[in-house]
Ligand binder design. Structure first.
Ligand code: ADP
Ligand code: MG
Length: 536
């Protein structure tokens, strides 16, 4: 009895634990699977995916982060890869597929090293060194743009090529660049000040940039003017109504006279409210709360254009665009608070009336109105335009750009190999693996365009001996000078992708134990936890 070993349970019943190589392999496999799932979408010739959610809503997209978010990945390591895409989206707004594919490839190459009995810490260390060196190399490769509009437009076009927006890329790239330059203020770019409004109908080419704000609201009263030139705009965060939802009051009326008196009183209050607006000199009222019918009537009679229940975020943008002050006490509204716009008009877009506040002098907020045949088209155009807005704004902020079409990755791999040459042993091998991984981008661009990646990569590498800007023409499979062809991307797309890809790869490599609590169902087929792990 005494020499029999008692098993010790340190985890609750039902928990799931994978350790050592199994844990590593499992995580790497999941990460690779995520990367593989978006690989075919990379580049101008990349394919789209159709995603159908539990409500049968359909999304057709080419956008890495959108695909990954919609996939609702559950594996904990796979979730970490999805996070890479989200970080990339937050930091740059584009390059999400690139970041994810790169992470998958780094892990794939790490797996080979693990097979050769490399310790994960050695691989991590090598990867970290390689990533640091990569940032240096990319920086020294980058060129300045100094606000050159032609280059900015090319950056926008590069972002949109192969996406739903491509059909109108000339127009949309112009719109993107003009929008960003318009809101560029004190060296700051706040993308929240570019409002994107969408309406089905017409074609993508009918999309437009409005120097002001478009809101999806109609005039509250048909008797109001449809057009107000030289608009003086009041922004009110207060109601033109009597009912007060916060105080529950009861009024007892005992005779018809009293009722009459009460109604007269009410009318008077509403009339005063309308007069407050009219007396300020405003001919347009944008109200965040409600406007009573009677108040509407008085406003209409005075020729004031009014809309109600406007979103707070729109109120803020209108304030920026028209230089108005948002007033939250009607009694305090004065002419000093009013903003200006050359024109406020009600316009039928599709079958709904929208309000255009346009021709704002020095508008510090603008609207891009996206048109297109169907909701699916418009949504995908919006995603492409957002990528372009992100790229153009970081290109302006950082003033550094790189050649696209795989050029900078080929050059980076070349320089990393040179760097590895000065080191020795296992570290050198890890850095060489990193260099190989970077080439996944041009390789995938070639594959997705239907060309043989080995031929193309060999040719590109040869040409990089003399020109670091050589990338792939995805239409002919021949080498091109990416900078001359205007295939240009901001430096930060690439540095951010490298940083997050390397960090997450390291993180995943260092895990040798996955413990999932028994909460929920664990997935029996993979031996890996499905649920019950904290969100990454
Ligand atoms: P991501 O989500 O990473 O931005 P994309 O599908 O937008 O993925 O593809 C970006 C890649 O496509 C970049 O490597 C970029 O250089 C390349 N690319 C963009 N336009 C062209 C083009 N006209 N010719 C070749 N490659 C291009
Ligand atoms: Mg992109």
């Amino acid at each position: 009895m005494s020499n029999q070993i008692q098993p010790i349970f340190i985890l609750p019943e039902g928990s799931n634990r994978t350790t050592g190589k199994d844990a590593q392999r499992n995580n790497i496999m999941a990460a690779k699977a995520v990367a593989e799932s978006v690989r075919t979408t990379l580049g101008p010739k990349g394919m789209d995916k159709m995603l159908v959610d539990s409500m049968n809503e359909v999304i057709v997209t080419n956008d890495g982060v959108t695909i990954l978010k919609e996939m609702q990945v559950e594996h904990p390591a796979a979730k970490m890869i999805v996070e890479v895409a989200k970080t990339q989206e937050d930091e740059v707004g584009d390059g999400t597929t690139t970041a994810v594919i790169l992470t998958g490839e780094l892990l794939k190459n790490a797996e080979k090293l693990l097979d050769d009995n490399f310790h994960p810490t050695i691989i991590s260390k090598g990867y970290r060194k390689a990533a640091e060196k990569s940032i240096e190399i990319l920086n020294s490769m980058s060129t300045k743009i100094d606000g050159n509009k032609e280059i900015l437009r090319n950056i926008a076009i590069t972002a949109m090529t192969g996406k739903g927006a491509e059909i109108a890329k000339e127009k949309l790239s112009n719109i993107t660049v003009e929008a960003i330059l318009q809101i560029f203020d004190n060296n700051e770019i706040d993308l929240d000040l570019v409002k994107i409004e969408k309406k089905t109908g017409e074609s993508v080419d009918n999309s437009e940039l409005i120097m002001g704000i478009v809101i999806d609201k109609e005039r509250v009263h048909p008797g109001m003017p449809k057009r107000v030139e030289n608009a003086r705009i009041a922004l009110l965060d207060a109601q033109l109504e009597i009912k007060n939802t916060e105080i529950d009051a009861k009024i007892q009326i005992t005779s018809p006279d009293q009722l009459d008196l009460f109604l007269q009183q009410e009318e008077k209050i509403l009339k005063n409210m309308a007069n407050k607006v009219i007396d300020s000199g405003a001919n347009v009222l944008i109200c965040q709360k409600g406007i009573d019918d009677l108040a509407q009537h008085y406003l209409a009679k005075a020729g004031v254009y009014a809309v109600r229940r406007v979103k707070k975020s729109d109120m803020e943008k209108i304030a920026k665009a028209t230089n108005a002050k948002i007033v939250n006490n009607l009694k305090e509204l004065s002419s000093d608070d009013l903003g200006n716009a050359g024109l406020v008009e009600a316009k039928k877009v599709g079958d709904e009336e929208m309000t255009y506040i346009r021709e704002c002098k020095e508008a510090k907020a603008v609207t891009i109105l996206i048109r297109g045949g169907t909701n699916h088209v418009i949504d995908e155009v919006e995603r492409a335009v957002k990528d372009a807005l992100g790229d153009v704004s970081v290109a302006i902020k950082d003033n550094k750009v790189l050649p696209g079409a795989g050029a900078c990755e080929i050059e980076l791999a070349k320089e990393l190999r040179k760097f590895a040459g000065n080191l020795s042993g296992r570290e050198q091998i890890a850095i060489l693996s990193f260099a190989d991984a970077v080439e996944i981008i041009p390789r995938t661009l070639a594959e997705n365009s239907g060309f043989d990646p080995i031929d193309i990569l060999t040719e590109l590498k040869a040409q990089h001996a003399s020109n670091m800007n050589i990338g792939i023409n995805v239409f002919t499979g021949r080498p091109i000078d990416s900078i001359k062809e205007g295939i240009i991307e901001p430096l930060r797309i690439k540095t951010q992708a490298i940083k997050s890809a390397a960090e997450v790869s390291e993180l995943i490599l260092r895990i040798d134990d996955v413990i999932a609590s028994g909460r929920g169902n664990s997935s029996p087929q993979s031996g890996m936890p499905h649920q019950g792990m904290p969100d990454m």
